[in-house]
Design a binder for this molecule. Sequence first.
Ligand SMILES: [Zn+2]
Length: 386
Amino acid sequence: MTASPTILEGRLVLDDRVVAGRVAIEDGWISGVELDDALDRGAAGDRVIAPGFVDVHVHGGGGHDAMGDRAALDGMARHLLRHGITAFLPTAVAAPLDRLVAFAGHVRGWLSDAPADGAEPLGFNLEGPFLAAARKGAHDPAYLRVPADVPAAAFEPLVDGLRVLTIAPELPGAVELIARLRERGVVASIGHSAATLDEAMGGYRAGGTSTTHLFNAMTGVDHRAPGLAVAALLDDAAYVELIADGIHVHPGLWPLILRVKPADRLLLVSDAISLTGMGDGRARIGGLEVEVVGGRVTLAGTSTLAGSVLTLDVAVRNVVASGVALPAAVGAASRNPLAMLGITDRGRIATGQRADLVELDGDLRVLRVMRAGRWSTAGADTGRAI
Ligand SMILES: [Zn+2]
């Protein structure tokens, strides 16, 4: 006997428009979508139903660090789900190679045991160690490595489960590593880089697929010395991550990104640290002390940004408030990151898609989150909007 379908009613965020309708869910999957204008006028008109968000660059949250123990990964996954994130990549910062190998093994061992009431891990992301010292941001310079100095055999233990790796393309051996990763199905994300325009374009040509936090920790749009940001904007195939907290990239620049990049290549990411959702405070991230004051995260005692306390629900609200259409904002937080990872069985409201969904109120605050057809805890939405 099959249970009767769950029916959700509200304003549905489809690929290219928002329309009132119903979604039927059976056995964890969307079994039907019915559009119905009349729903717009009832109570359902105040509810927005969108695909669950997917954060491919997140270091922690709710007091938990992605590089912590099993309980920390559990806690981080639950924190993310409460903000509408149904899938994520736990992301490591630069660390000694043996420490990264331990992180990889630890996440792999946890994947099948991750809590059902948390965001689902899809593998992991390594932001280091192949970063340019001149654009290291908040990564410990002691742990940065040059790809040519790391033999393939030493890198191999990291590959299983690795979905995204940040690389500065100008480093010796970087282009070769990018090509090798592409063959293995790992996304090379160009970033933390002092590349010239030519070096940056070479990184994408070699197989670079994405761009780690566009404009942050990279050569930019200088009219005499264009850098990585220009290559990322002008390469239509390249994905670009945006940390839409209003701190990392001034909102005045967002329309430039939106006008230049194809809509399916924008990724909203949080780059959030463990202190997200915890108010002001201090923590150690990858061996360095960081502090949060009024929503801004810096290396303690400096003005260097060290990640964010953003969550993707807030990022979506921020870009919508800046004038971006809701379907494009939601796509950048769901369908696009999934497509980058080659995952197409979810991320859209359509028959046959997995029922990873988020229900939002009229102000886009999280009400409820559904993962694989199962409701989870009500949203505990404390994120700070800009
Ligand atoms: Zn990061």
